[in-house]
Design a protein around this ligand. Sequence first.
Ligand code: HEM
Length: 479
Amino acid sequence: MAVDMSFVLSLVISLIVISMIMCFFRKNKTISTKSKNKLPPGEMGLPWIGETFEFYKAQRNNQLYEAFVQPRSRTYGNIFKTRLMGSPTVVVSGAEANKFFLSNEFKLVVSSWPSASVQLMGANCIMEKQGDHHRLVRRVIASSLNCTSHETLVSKICSSVEFHLDTNWHGRDTISLFRSTKMLTFTIVFECLLGIKVETGMFEMFERVLEGVFALPVGIPGSNFSRAKKARLQIQKMLLNIVRKKKKEMEESHEGGEDGVLLSRLVTSLTRGEITEEEVVDNAVLLVFAVHDTTSFAIVMVCRMLAHHPRCYAQLLQEHREILDSKETNEPLTLEDTKRMKYTWQVARESMRLFPPIFGSFRKATVDIDYEGFTIPKGWKVLWTTYGSHYDSQYFSDPLRFDPSRFEDPLPPYVYVPFGGGPRVCAGYQLAKLNILIFLHFMVTKYNWSLIYPDEPITVDPLPFPYHGMPIKISPKMS
Ligand code: HEM
């Protein structure tokens, strides 16, 4: 009987222990299932509006990080939810998040632009394409920007810069650096990349479209958006004529895009039936936007940093003097010379770290995404920003300090992302780099210059720009 009692007792104890263990696992399972469906922390704000006003206000003052992202990241961590322009949105920060969301383009997320941008840039441009077709269009664009075309690009960009300085800087003692670089980069994208001659009025037409790309897409007469749409139609008509003329010329001459210019490559693809006429036009429009405001902002911010840091300027100038000293008088600049502009590129990279021309961009979840213990529901937007990793002291000590020597050594992937990353990484990185280096070369070797407003505010509408257009005093250097 004693044996029976101890048997019963041990059986009861075993059952209790087993049920406790099962209870423990069941409880944990509940916790993990719950966390699987847990939304990130954060405030969704009012219906539809959410935190749109706070976002726009911070963005407009070029304080998106300091006034919007950083305070929320301090409260909630590197992933938080909000609602922007009607869409539930998750804002993510840091190199890991950049890697996860940028490299999972097409698998978990797709690029997602506001409706006004899509209508104005064109629903048929590369930004709106996915999968195989996206790859095809990228290949066509890249074919005009690959290594074999760099030498030709250098010579074309040099001619454009020299011509621009001769016609717009020569004989003047002040100029708006931002307007000047915008006009120049506009000419470079049209004439050097696309192979289309810039005609009077084209620059202004494109400017009008740009004013509407982040506007509310309502066609109230006189609004930014409706003026932008009108200008877009004019551009479409003009480009369609150019494309048809080019196609006819190429058919008559049996030319197959060998001249290397992008318009010929796009038209070749059109003739093969790979892309449509609308795609040629929309991609041409997109490229103009992709190139000229971004590159010109990058250039002006480099100049501002140089003006604020005379020792960096002296070192940069020395680099360009050495290049000039190694050449005969009036000997043209070569691709090899641009490769010697190592310090200049470090200055430009450091400047784009602090002042990225594009703050980041939106993606849309195509499935429910589990990330960092949270779920991002299908259909929600994800905003990644350059600031999240560019201002991270883990990678950049004293992150707000300007220090080009940070770029002497390579950085881990997805830390430095002014050109994005993954399948949608900027297709024009090389053109942007050559454009920045070559412009700075001619500017610093041919002109003395100084900022008129050393601490001019930067505003954002829709992309960042110096509030007064960065006027500078200039005088030619005696050679
Ligand atoms: C300093 C100048 C530039 C900066 C900072 C810049 C930045 C970027 C960024 C961040 C993206 C990725 C956007 C995203 O992930 O949603 C991008 C995409 C793109 N960029 Fe640039 N860009 C610059 C100049 C250029 C130039 C000169 C071209 C000319 C070819 C260009 C063409 C493109 C194109 C076609 C895409 C879309 C790629 C795709 O969707 O596959 N960009 N750029």
